[in-house]
Design a protein around this ligand. Structure first.
Ligand code: 5GP
Length: 179
């Protein structure tokens, strides 16, 4: 699997340290409150799991699955594949995402969730690709800014592979064509 990786962009150690920092920031900002984390499946699962273990305030967790990707290309159309099981009305919500690229997914999520009247609504993303943005989204917590490259690992896939890599890496062209 590692043989398909051209370059490691963010190491396991860098991820561990940054996740702790983000959790500390969230714990400070929401002191005395309960935070309702919404994980965006599937890419968020390792990040959310590591983040939650470090957060010191009361938490609630639920998941959504939305889709706009197939392979390495965005279709541009966002659809809800799995919705929340709980109400977020009056709750302090943080959306936990693996990566913000064009911003279309987060724009859709923000609009959709805002109609459910949360008390507050913020975004926490592990990775941010600002150079790819098509629509502006307010990101409160971001782990790492990365360049315009298709990355895998630490929850992020290419055709459902590579999610278990403990780092964020760039795929070799040969692996992309292999699909
Ligand atoms: P956006 O809607 O911001 O363009 O894209 C968000 C979603 O696209 C992410 O949740 C992720 O699933 C997928 N995505 C965007 N860039 C990448 C990337 O470099 N690698 C992988 N594996 N997924 C990506």
């Amino acid at each position: 699997m590692d043989k398909d990786i051209k370059e490691i962009l963010v190491s396991r150690e860098q991820i561990d340290a940054r996740v702790k920092e983000l959790a500390a920031e969230i714990s400070r900002d929401y002191k005395g409150k309960c935070v309702f984390f919404i994980g965006v499946l599937k890419g968020c699962f390792l990040f959310l799991s590591d983040l939650l273990k470090e957060v010191k305030v009361e938490t609630n967790v639920d998941f959504m699955m939305v889709s706009s990707y197939s392979g390495t290309q965005s279709s541009g159309v966002v659809r809800t594949l799995l919705d929340l099981k709980q109400s977020i009305e009056g709750k302090h919500v943080i959306i936990v995402e693996d990566i913000v690229d064009s911003g279309l997914t987060m724009n859709y999520m923000l609009k959709n969730l805002a109609t459910r009247n949360p008390k507050s609504l913020e975004i926490c993303t592990l990775l941010n690709k600002p150079s790819c943005r098509k629509i502006k989204v307010p990101i409160k917590y971001a782990g790492f800014e990365i360049p315009e490259k298709f990355v895998v690992g630490y929850g992020l896939d290419y055709n459902e592979l590579y999610r278990n890599l403990p780092y964020i890496g760039v795929l070799k062209e040969s692996a992309i064509n292999k699909g």
